[in-house]
Design a protein. Structure first.
Length: 410
């Protein structure tokens, strides 16, 4: 009788978790590209929760202790620029500034490259007397040249941004961030069911806090470009969560009416199936950002672009992690706390436990029966009586009787 193999492969899943693990081992890249559920993401959720908690702790501590370095557009102040000629370095400019005004500048950095390179000084708001005093000191120290190639004090430019203007810019930036987050939460609440909405919003805030914390830890200035970059990566996180949760919805549809796999296993399969897509999307997204950091900041010396590049680089990497390794496990944890999914998980696990016990009992009974069965060895053909010595063997049908042939008399 042929063996029934219908129980080996579950028709409601692309992977049978029991038989799949018993077969040959797949390589790392094969598991990545096929998305066959070879990575335990949901099953190791405590590990990923620990990593997320560590990142959040570092980010919150940095924000609370170090705070943010607000750019001149937010905090207000004075900005002084002079050509970065031969022999002019940021350390020399810092020294002249501190000796002239008696305190250090907020930032001194080189921007641009080649003949267009500039030394940019940012300080607290300076009155006209102190600004003139600093201009004269910088001119005496470096003799910057104007467009005609002649030393001129007019080559040193100054600009002032009032604290009132900076406060208005800060208020508008925060308002834009809050409005964006609220609209995103509304869309998530409409797009997904309750538990998915909670997990997606949690992933969104995780990405926001960690990105801001790393920005604070590095100490880059918060500029309008950085705020725009933050809004951009929040949109990327939302997109990634929609893709992952769509796959979770597809895999878990009707799972409560089946008894072979749990909701967690189906969600883990969905995370595996979207893992390679998230990796590819992140790599493709960060390559231009790395190019901007290398070419614009390092080669061309455009320091203002590093603010936008850093927030996007960190945000995309953290967003890829949060959508797979934080949002999906958080969704499963919420589902398994209460409701029909929790009851279904207990039912499936109890069924597996009973089936394993039954198979073990059946195997033990079969081994015991095989050991108690008598083993007999027949002398001769099975079921026949032993033949007496010298007894004549009956002729087989269709054969000539044995014996001496007699001659016929004529």
């Amino acid at each position: 009788m042929a063996r029934d193999n219908s129980s080996v492969l579950d028709i409601d899943s692309e992977l049978d978790y029991e038989s799949g693990r018993a077969t040959r081992k797949h390589s790392l890249f094969e598991r990545l590209y096929t998305g066959t559920g070879g990575f335990e993401i949901v099953g190791r959720r405590k590990l990923f929760y620990g990593l997320a908690a560590g990142l959040l702790a570092i980010a919150i501590a940095s924000i609370a202790i170090r705070g943010f370095t607000l750019g001149i557009d937010f905090a207000g102040g004075s900005r002084i620029q002079l050509p970065a000629g031969d022999g002019v370095s940021t350390s020399q400019v810092e020294k002249v500034y501190s000796q002239t005004l008696g305190h250090d500048a907020v930032t001194v950095q080189k921007v641009g490259s080649g003949s267009a390179a500039q030394i940019q000084i940012r300080s607290d708001t300076l009155d006209k007397d102190r600004t003139d005093k600093l201009q004269n000191a910088l001119f005496e120290a470096f003799k910057p040249k104007d467009a005609n190639g002649q030393p001129s004090i007019n080559a040193i430019s100054t600009a002032e941004i009032s604290e009132t203007w900076g406060g208005e810019v800060t208020h508008k930036a925060l308002l834009a961030l809050v409005v964006f987050v609220v609209l995103t939460m509304v869309y998530i609440a409409i797009r997904f069911e309750r538990d998915m909405s909670i997990a997606a919003i949690g992933s969104l805030f995780f990405n926001l806090v960690v990105t801001a914390g790393i920005y604070s830890l590095v100490g880059f200035e918060v500029t309008p470009a950085a705020v725009i970059g933050l809004l951009t990566i929040l949109g990327y996180v939302l997109y990634d969560n929609v893709v992952v949760f769509d796959k979770v919805e597809e895999n878990t549809e009707g799972v409560l009416h089946l008894s072979k796999h749990t909701y967690a296993e189906k969600a883990n399969l969905a995370a595996n199936q979207t893992l390679m897509r998230s990796i590819n999307t992140t790599i493709i997204g960060i390559l231009p950002i790395i190019g901007m950091l290398v070419v614009a900041v390092w080669l061309l010396g455009v320091g203002t672009l590093k603010d936008l590049a850093l927030v996007q680089l960190v945000g995309m990497i953290v967003g890829a992690y949060s959508s797979i390794f934080f949002a999906v496990p958080l969704l499963v944890t919420i589902k398994e706390r209460w409701g029909p999914v929790a009851a279904h998980t207990r039912k499936v696990l109890a069924r597996r436990s009973g089936a394993s016990t039954g198979r073990a009992t059946e195997s033990a009974a079969q081994r015991a029966g095989a050991a108690s069965r008598p083993v007999t060895v027949a002398a001769g053909r099975e079921g026949s009586a032993p033949r007496a010595r010298g007894a004549a063997e009956a002729p087989r049908p269709g054969t000539r009787p044995s014996g001496k042939r007699t001659k016929r008399r004529h």
